[in-house]
Write a protein that binds this ligand. Structure first.
Ligand code: COA
Length: 156
C-alpha cells in the first residue's frame, strides 16, 4: 500500500471513528474481537476512546480509522483491522506498539486469546515471539516482558 499508516493513541473525540469502524465489521470479526457476538453502542465506543482502565491505539489512513487495538492492565489485548486494509502489516504494527506500551507500563506479561482457526492472529503471535498454547477450542498466547530484566539481575 502506498498510503501512509499512522499509529496513535485514541483520544475521547475519536469515539465516532471507532463506532464507524465497528459498524463496518462482520459478525465474525466482532466475534473474534470480543469473543462473543456484540454490536457496540455509542457508549461503548466512548469508553474505548477515553481509556482509563485500558490503552487504545488506532491505525489511521487518510484520517480514517482502519484498525483499533486495546491493551488492558492485566496485559490482555485484542484488536481488529478493517477488512479492506488487512494483510498489509497493520495488525502486526498495532501488536508491536502494544508490546512497547506494555513494557513502558512495567507489565509482567502481554497476552491474547483467540480461536484455533484465526491463522492471521496466530501468525502475528508466532512472528513476534509469543509463547502459544493450543487447546481444543481456544488459543492462548503470552509473552513474558520481565524475563530479560530478571536475567540481568541474576547475572549481576
Ligand atoms: C487478526 C487481524 C487483526 C490481523 O490484521 P492484519 O492487518 O491483516 O495483520 P497483518 O497484515 O499484520 O498480517 C498478519 C499475518 O497473517 C497473514 N494472513 C493474513 N490473512 C491471512 C489469511 N486469510 N490466511 C493466512 N494468513 C493470513 C499475513 O500474511 C501475515 O503473515 P506474515 O506475518 O507471515 O506476513 C485481522 O485479521 C482482524 O481484524 N481479524 C478479526 C478480528 C481478530 O481476529 N482479532 C484478533 C483478536 S485477539
Amino acid at each position: 500500500m502506498n498510503k501512509e499508516v499512522k499509529l496513535r493513541r485514541a483520544i475521547k473525540d475519536d469515539w465516532e471513528k471507532i463506532y464507524k469502524l465497528y459498524n463496518s465489521l462482520s459478525d465474525e470479526d466482532l466475534y473474534l474481537r470480543f469473543f462473543h457476538l456484540y454490536r457496540i453502542t455509542e457508549e461503548d465506543a466512548k469508553k474505548i476512546a477515553s481509556g482509563g482502565d485500558h490503552i487504545t491505539y488506532l491505525a489511521e489512513v487518510d484520517g480514517k480509522v482502519v484498525g483499533e487495538a486495546t491493551l488492558h492492565m492485566d496485559g490482555e489485548f485484542s484488536l481488529v483491522v478493517d477488512r479492506e486494509y488487512r494483510n498489509l502489516g497493520i495488525g502486526t504494527m498495532l501488536v508491536k506498539q502494544l508490546i512497547e506500551e506494555a513494557k513502558r507500563l512495567g507489565l509482567k506479561v502481554i497476552k491474547f486469546y483467540t480461536l484455533p482457526e484465526n491463522t492471521p492472529m496466530i501468525k502475528i503471535g508466532k512472528k513476534l515471539g509469543f509463547k502459544i498454547r493450543f487447546d481444543e477450542d481456544e488459543v492462548y498466547a503470552e509473552m513474558n516482558l520481565r524475563e530479560e530484566k530478571e536475567m540481568e539481575v541474576i547475572a549481576d
